[in-house]
Design a protein around this ligand. Structure first.
Ligand SMILES: [Zn+2]
Length: 276
């Protein structure tokens, strides 16, 4: 006859194995089998001026690791253009009057940019949720002017067809950034960026738990060419800086950032390098 202690010991051991197995399985959802492992994408392409082009305050959270490591590992200057002030987002939790949300989120993205070591930031006033309906030519033109002014050599943005979360604003930002680079490569090679790093969504997680949207994202994004550390601590800090969005992950995925980023600790990119 096994003793009570032995029975409890056996139950505990089984639960522990199930728990550990569950963690390993969850962690595997955020891993990709493809993509060369690098310490820094910016270092990989020898970038000294990195420009992130996104749609909303908090989009930069997806590339925190790339921006931090660009500056810390290779002394690159990092800059960012956010197209909208995020006024159409749902505050989670509500931290201001709704009519002040644009001002609040504008301030949040500047604060997080500062925390990430970004040296210059522009936040334009395109309408949140309707970037695709704006004058595309003008948007591309403004991006080209900033690429030249800042001598950007690496652009970081969303993959146009999937937009990380299938958000039309994300797709438009990625498409405009890509088009701006393409035109500069054709007309003003000396001032043109030499690489674009597209941030990709975790495909296993998205296809399993992302519903219809997740499957659409995975179907429309390429496999990663590179993967690198995601700097989870900076991302957790970023969600507290973005106070009006700080419950977003918990409410959307049921997981608080501190736990999610233990699992989602690497970031996957599709890197396009142009040869001169
Ligand atoms: Zn966004």
């Amino acid at each position: 006859m096994p003793s009570i202690g032995q029975i409890f010991g056996a139950i505990f051991a089984v639960l522990f194995v199930l728990f550990a197995g569950g963690i390993i399985w969850l962690d595997s959802l955020f891993e990709e089998s493809r993509g060369q492992w690098v310490r820094s994408v910016a270092e990989e392409v020898g970038a000294s001026s990195v420009l992130a082009i996104f749609a909303h305050p908090d989009d930069e959270q997806s590339v925190a690791g790339l921006l931090i490591r660009a500056r810390e590992r290779s002394g690159a200057t990092t800059r960012m253009i956010t197209a909208t002030r995020g006024e159409a987002g749902s505050p989670m939790p509500q931290v201001s009057r709704m009519e002040d949300l644009a001002i609040i989120r504008h301030a949040e993205v500047l604060k997080n940019g500062y925390a990430l070591g970004i040296s210059e930031q522009l936040v334009w006033e395109y309408p949140d949720g309707a970037l695709a309906e704006e004058d595309f030519e003008l948007y591309v033109d403004r991006l080209m002017q900033q690429m030249i002014a800042w001598q950007a050599d690496l652009i970081v943005t969303f993959w146009p067809d999937s937009g990380y979360s299938n958000h039309p604003d994300h797709q438009t930002a990625g498409r405009a950034a890509t088009e701006a680079v393409r035109r500069l490569r054709e007309t003003d090679r000396e001032n043109a960026p030499s690489a674009i790093a597209y941030i990709l969504a975790p495909s296993r997680m998205m296809s399993r738990f992302g519903g219809e949207t997740g499957r659409t994202v995975v179907e429309n994004q390429p496999p990663p060419t590179h993967q690198m550390p995601g700097e989870p601590r900076a991302k957790i800090r970023g969600w507290s800086i973005h106070a009006s969005q700080s419950d977003y992950l918990r409410q959307t995925y049921g997981i608080p950032p501190a736990i999610l980023y233990r699992l989602y600790d690497k970031k996957h990119y599709y890197l396009v390098e142009f040869d001169d």
